[in-house]
Design a protein around this ligand. Structure first.
Ligand code: ADP
Ligand code: ZN
Ligand code: ZN
Length: 742
């Protein structure tokens, strides 16, 4: 039903709705008096929008008979979808703030906080599948299946019924349950879910904290009833997790929820089991790898307060929580906390804001904190707590640099490293080799005419892969080509693979160490379900093996038998144009090195490089990340780079570079006219470091200012002007506090 403005005076009942469209306003809708009476802020509503039917969130109930916007044709809602709010007031404020801060449409921000089933308008009350025994004397029938016996035992312990999700979490899959049902032993009923909070119990005694841990725990516990931000700056293996667990225990005892955020790849079975073995209770897992149903259930457990511990990746910071009392963000320096497309929020900054709104403490933990966090410490906005020793009996590994310009080597592995590897493996210890390049070789070269295999759509080389078959792959746009048999330019053959990828090193190792298991960990080898589980098993066997991998190996894992770590090629990180490259390289080195010697035996670390004199290595050799960070902070201050100025990055993309640059230049002039003089410095526009990607040209422009509120004030008015001025072929995006400038 649509009415024009002259008729709308007779529509006294209206609500304001955040609708998931790429527009920056919320929209008003009419509803009946009965609907108005039960409409709740934070609940979903189905509304017409143009010709579509969309699911929005009610953000305001307008006072009856308040003035109408005469420019807007008001429509009636289709239906109210929830009787209760599904986004609580704190989360609504958080999302409203985030939409403004990151210049992203409010309706889309609200949608990113919902599981997809709720976004689609599905009913909130999903029915749960609950299993019960029909036959209490059936044990004898199950002799042949261990799994069925196990399921039977659990069901017998809980005559009131056990949810299928809980059975799944205990390792019983649905086939086992179906088999029991077929034999007439058990039955499944669909029931409305019980969202009552499940109490948490301590399942395992805490470790005896050492002096540093004790101090950190005490300081945080003093702040339980108020907002305070802590930076837990602790060496790799210094027992940060134990600090989290002991602080969590106190918060859980007060009946409050704890949110633990980990980087995207950090949510391995190993991390989960550390929390599960300390606390018995409902732990909700929120990450992107869940089925839609599981995600909805975990989200509801967080939202209703049923789960007391929520373990999640980036987007969990947007989920509503009934009774949140503590936020922990582990590996706070990790880049995966920043969303790199669409709604480009940084989970660390959103988490700090959320803790402030809630007036609860927040712990940011890392062995290699971000320069931003050290800056907040310097400004007394975060309290720094240090853990300066490895926990238990482990000690820090010794670091060595191997000069590749003089070293004798085989396929990129220096003789010195090979000798050390043999020694360690002979002692039944484990070796970890780090190489941040997947595939077989990064370059395919013609030795006759210097032709290289290049992506037809990007300014980038194609990577040679040999598994599962020989092919060329662009790691930037995904293009796949078959492997050419001869040079397309001069017909010369064969073509030569140059450089090392993990798959090639794996081959080399298989010949050099034929009797040692080699475990490769990269995106190609872990994409299969269950592969992490196998890797985990091998790592926790006390026997000689070689772990070989990319970034994925660097993150927070605990490998008790690894005593030798080598970084095969770190030089690429030193060449990047991004001013954050040294910070990222230093973090990577310290994190990878930190996987060594975490058990009883002392560890060592070898860095292979063609630039052994680089000052970065000299500082890090002493394990002095903090010293490195202070130097970096001083350099950033001198150059007035973030975090000493606030940055906003504009990206433009189209089929013509001229067009990007022209558009951005015009818009730059417009902004500089509107803002006060000297408030905003603009870099660019310039072509992006990789100018052509997936067939389109990219340009960048960076805005910098000392005054964040004024910068944001002007950009808020300017950004809609850009969206209006641009043509359809041009794509632009805005990235507030960008993490990557290349
Ligand atoms: P981090 O998260 O700082 O890298 P972890 O929490 O993984 O370190 O701890 C490293 C190892 O030390 C773990 O095996 C942990 O169980 C052990 N540990 C932690 N604190 C203590 C302690 N107080 N006493 C003995 N062992 C500890
Ligand atoms: Zn050639
Ligand atoms: Zn490409």
């Amino acid at each position: 039903m649509t009415l024009d403005a002259s008729q709308t005076t007779s529509l006294p009942y209206r609500i304001r709705v955040a609708v998931p469209v790429p527009l920056y306003d919320s929209f008003d809708y009419a509803l009946t008096a009965e609907q108005y009476a039960i409409a709740q802020i934070g609940a979903r509503v189905a509304v017409p929008f143009g010709r579509q039917k969309l699911v929005g969130i009610i953000v305001e109930k307008l006072a009856p008979d308040s003035a109408l916007n005469p420019n807007f044709q008001i429509k009636f809602i289709h239906a109210l979808l929830d009787q209760q709010p599904i986004l609580e007031p704190i989360v609504l404020s958080l999302l409203t703030w985030a939409a403004q801060y990151y210049q992203f449409p409010i309706g889309e921000v609200m949608h990113s906080a919902l599981p997809s089933l709720l976004r689609q308008g599905k009913p909130y009350d999903l029915l749960a599948r609950v299993w019960r025994l029909l036959d209490l004397d059936a044990e004898a029938q199950l002799k042949r299946s261990e799994k069925q016996q196990q399921a039977y035992k659990i069901l017998k312990l809980h005559p009131q019924g056990t949810a299928e999700t809980i059975l799944n979490l205990s390792g019983i899959d649905n086939n086992v349950l179906k088999a029991l049902a077929k034999k007439g032993i058990a039955r499944c009923d669909l029931e409305t879910q019980d969202f009552r909070p499940e109490p948490v119990q301590l399942a395992q005694m805490p470790l005896t904290a050492n002096a540093d841990q004790k101090h950190a725990i005490q300081q945080i516990l003093k702040a339980l009833q108020r907002y305070q931000g802590f930076l837990l700056d602790g060496l790799t293996g210094s027992g940060k997790t134990e600090v989290y667990l002991q602080v969590m225990h106190q918060v859980l005892k007060q009946g409050k929820q704890v949110l633990v955020l980990v980087p995207e790849i950090g949510l391995t079975p190993q991390t989960i089991s550390r929390f599960q073995s300390r606390f018995h209770g409902h732990i909700a897992l929120l990450h992107s790898g869940l089925t839609e149903n599981k995600r909805l259930q975990a989200w509801q457990a967080a939202q209703t307060g049923k789960a007391s511990i929520i373990l999640g990746t980036r987007s969990a910071i947007l989920a509503p929580m009934a009774n949140l009392g503590l936020i922990i963000l582990d590996e706070e320096h990790d880049l995966s906390y920043k969303q790199q497309e669409g709604f480009r929020y940084h989970a660390r900054d959103v988490a700090l804001y959320r803790a402030a709104l809630l007036r609860c403490p927040i712990i940011l933990g890392s062995a290699t904190p971000s320069i931003e966090s050290y800056h907040l410490v310097a400004q007394a906005k975060l309290s720094c707590l240090q853990l300066n020793q490895r926990a238990g009996i482990a000690s820090m590994p010794k670091m060595h640099v191997i000069d590749l310009t003089v070293a004798r080597k085989q396929h990129g592995l220096s003789e010195q490293l090979l000798t050390e590897m043999r020694k360690r493996l002979a002692e039944n210890e484990q070796v970890l080799l780090f190489l941040n390049r997947r595939g077989y070789a990064p370059v395919l070269l013609c030795e006759n005419c210097a032709w290289q295999a290049q992506c037809p759509h990007c300014d980038a080389n194609l990577t040679l892969h040999v598994q599962p078959y020989q092919h060329l792959h662009c790691h930037h746009c995904g293009t796949i080509q078959s492997m050419p048999q001869h040079c397309p330019k001069c017909q010369h053959q064969p073509l030569k693979p140059i450089g090392l990828g993990t798959a090639k090193i794996e081959n080399v190792l298989q010949t050099l160490f034929s009797d040692v298991p080699i475990i490769r960990v990269d995106r190609d080898s872990t994409s299969k379900v269950g592969s992490w589980h196998k890797i985990h098993e091998q790592i926790h066997k006390s026997e000689a093996s070689i772990l070989l991998g990319t970034q994925m190996l660097a993150k927070g894992h605990h490998f008790p038998y690894v005593t030798l770590v080598a970084i095969l090629d770190i030089d690429a990180g030193l060449l990047s144009v991004d001013f954050r490259a040294p910070e990222r390289t230093a973090q990577l080195i310290i994190q990878v090195a930190g996987r060594s010697g975490r058990g009883e035996k002392k560890g060592e670390v070898y860095l292979q490089t063609y630039r052994p004199d680089h000052p970065l290595f000299q500082t890090l050799l002493k394990h002095d990340y903090r010293c490195f960070a202070q130097e970096t902070l001083a350099q950033r201050q001198l150059a007035q780079l973030p975090p000493f100025r606030y940055a906003i990055l504009l990206r433009a993309e189209s089929r013509h570079q001229d067009y990007n640059q022209q558009f951005l230049s015009q818009m730059r002039d417009l902004l500089l006219q509107q803002a006060e003089e000297n408030l905003i410095t603009v870099w660019g526009p310039i072509p992006a470091a990789m100018e052509r990607k997936a067939g389109r040209f990219q340009a960048h422009m960076v805005l910098l200012s000392h005054d964040r509120p004024r910068l944001h004030f002007y950009v808020r008015q300017w950004w809609p002007q850009l969206l209006k001025a641009k043509t359809a072929d041009l794509r632009i995006s805005i990235d507030v506090d960008p993490q990557e400038l290349s």
